[in-house]
Design a protein around this ligand. Sequence first.
Ligand code: SF4
Length: 319
Amino acid sequence: MKYLFGPVPSRRLGVSLGIDLVPYKTCNLNCVYCEVGTTTNLTRELSEYVPTSEVISELSSYLSTRPHLDFITFSGAGEPGLHVGLGRIINWLKTHYPEYRLALLTNGILMADDAFRQSVVEVDVVLPSLDAVSESVFQSINRPALGIHAEDYIRGLIEFRKLFKGEIWLEVFLVPGINDTVDELDKIYKVIRELAPDKVQLNTLDRPGTEDWVVPLSNESLLQIKHKWSELPIEIPSLGILHEVKATEKSKAEGRMLAMLSRRPCTESDIISSLGLSVKDVRWLISRLIASGKIIQEQQKRGVFYKAVNTKPVSDKPI
Ligand code: SF4
């Protein structure tokens, strides 16, 4: 497959088949934190970057067996909205395979354009970004192509909200020293209130970004913002979930992991797939259990295994 990838397991989207509509790093932004790398084609040009008919033909052949998918997602290493055929592909999917939910990962810049808003209105979930409201901060963090302004795209996002019946999952990427000032966060908060997204995800650097001076925002700062914006539906993926659940829930998760490791040694990925927890949560639990002397790690042929110190099977009751 040339234009489809996956399906990949995604924390937010479940089993997701990706569609890549633009060549590597063709984007209207060059974000300082972009984990894909520097934008090599910084452009506002809408074009048929890859043949629409070939994308539809790949989809037609792949979907003919009716595979199980939670989402078909427009994503890739650039801005999918720059492809002029996006609306036609969405329309084709909704006509021929209405049973599949569609997601659009976009920086949202093209929402400034009425025709673009209309062309993506049939998607089920749109995941746009909002990292800045002030023009100077927008220019510093998102480094747009010439002629793109924060005010226009934010107005476009709000217009889109009015006509869109699906869900908006907004992403806010925080870079210390750039968009985490009290003033900018207040402005972002006001726009989010007006936009009323169904979810807000606070992100910060997880993998190396385009610029090496970009560092992650601390967990404490992320939690402070979440606390301050308490009426918004905030998620902080980098924290996993266990840090914020009650002590009894933590203990329950530890109990389940210990019970499993008392039966047989497991690798980190065995634990993730068996317990259905995120990588971050599993790592967090492993470090707690090692620190308390309940499990140890051992290098084996297949990698690092974890096993309980007490190998007598224990119940998975809270510990
Ligand atoms: S919009 Fe997305 S793909 Fe484009 S530079 Fe920013 S993070 Fe990278």
